[in-house]
Design a protein around this ligand. Structure first.
Ligand code: GRF
Length: 211
């Protein structure tokens, strides 16, 4: 059984999908706790599944280091095999990342390395991209730069708003995230040993396709 702590900042649709996946014993996933950097509405999903939650808000600390130290203590209390950033919208300091690496993964709504950062969907639209997508990757000390695990492409449609495109990406994102966590649980994916050659392969759109 793969034990997981999930960190979120927002509505938690990816979290909800993970909780539903963990409900099926065949997936071999157990969500131990859900943490957030604010009283995020998505925490309600955890409560509905009777999963404990914690909030560690940066405003209550003098520095990012002090904040992330307490966040890490909360995560480590549960001693998870894996930590999933599912729409966690803060950059974590190197000390947090190295304490959990490589068992710390993130989902990002673009085909990385294209459009890193907090406004990936808006940036893809502004750049006139015709294809974007989603990437699940191991977190390293950069912003959305860690080794990529899996990607799926999503077409940008004429007249797409940021909301519409993001919602279509999120439909695919949920499935990709679950499939990656399930693969880790099944021992089919070793985060410490991702094939570097795979990185080039993944850079092609539609490495995995759920359409
Ligand atoms: C996801 O697209 C995630 O990749 C991005 O923010 C969104 C969070 O959605 N960083 P939700 O909170 O899981 O609904």
């Amino acid at each position: 059984m793969l034990s997981v702590v999930v960190l979120i900042s927002g509505s938690g649709s990816n979290l909800k999908a993970l909780l539903e996946a963990a409900d099926n014993p065949l997936n071999g996933i157990r969500i131990l706790a859900v943490g957030a950097d604010n009283p995020a509405s998505g925490l309600e999903h955890a409560e509905l599944f009777n999963v404990p939650t914690f909030v560690v808000a940066p405003q209550n600390f003098d520095s990012r280091e002090a904040w992330s130290k307490v966040l890490l203590e909360n995560v480590k209390f549960y001693n998870p095999d894996l930590v999933v950033l599912a729409g966690f919208m803060r950059i974590l300091p190197a000390s947090f990342v190295s304490a959990l690496s490589p068992n710390l993964i993130n989902t990002h709504p673009s085909l990385l390395p294209a459009f890193p950062g907090a406004h990936a969907v808006r940036d893809a639209l502004a750049a006139g991209a015709t294809v974007t997508g989603v990437t699940v990757h191991v977190v390293d000390q950069g912003v959305d730069t860690g080794p990529r695990i899996a990607q799926v492409s999503v077409a940008v449609l004429e007249g797409d708003s940021e909301f519409e495109l993001h919602e279509r990406i999120k439909t695919v994102e949920r499935q990709l995230l679950i499939s990656v966590v399930r693969d880790i649980a099944a021992g089919n994916l070793n985060l410490a040993n991702l094939d570097p050659l795979n990185q080039n392969h993944l850079a092609q759109p539609a490495a995995k396709n759920f359409h």
